[in-house]
Design a protein around this ligand. Sequence first.
Ligand SMILES: [Zn+2]
Length: 263
Amino acid sequence: MLRLIDTHCHLDFAAFNADRDRVLEECIYNGVVDIVVPAVTQASWQQTIDLCCYDSKAKNGQPNLYLALGLHPIFIEQHQPQHLLELDQLVTKLKPKAIGEIGLDFYLRELDQDKQQAFFDKQLIIAKQHRLPAIIHVRKAHDQCVLALNDVKLRGGIIHNFNGSIQHAFKYIDLGFKLGFGGMVTFDRSSKLKKLVEQIPLDSIVLETDAPDLSPERHRGERNSPEYLPLVLDAVAKIKQIPREVVAETTTANARDVLNLPS
Ligand SMILES: [Zn+2]
């Protein structure tokens, strides 16, 4: 029986309101036993907290839901300095598994880069102070991200949906990070990404869906779902030519290790 961890799923988003329980039951059927749910804005923290800390407690036959708390760079316009103080207080109170989703997105040109960098740096310090790993979103800003991590030196974390260079991958690995791969690796045309998966040691890889976004090829154009995580597993196993049971066991151990999840 497979035991998989979806290390990045926005299960709190409204896209799951109509059928969240069915999705979660399907996850267990597909071997997805743990799901990490990273929050994205102060305004939506409570919904993420309710889902991970309260709703899931009583339900049998569903995966464990683990909370990460942070301010996502894509929503940079909404973030206020006050939210950082609130984040620090909530982390003390709720002890999430990670600070996330945080990061730098320099791909979307309309997002204020200086403000992103300031919020990223401050959230890394919060992670450091609470001895928590970080779940990081990075696009077109790997040099800046590596510099920031070099300054703060966390106990590690996950670079989610990694799509940088192999040189950046090894810098992150040296800093104690795992690289997250999701639905994009299932596409035939993702040759650069497949090459990365081939070159990065299995010990440094974790699986994720990033649902409701980034659906695997078989569900292209549909809402993505954590129940599809085995498709990512199969793609990684095929690229690396390693049995899927070994990929499952190793990536699950990697995720437990870096996020300090109970086994
Ligand atoms: Zn995300």
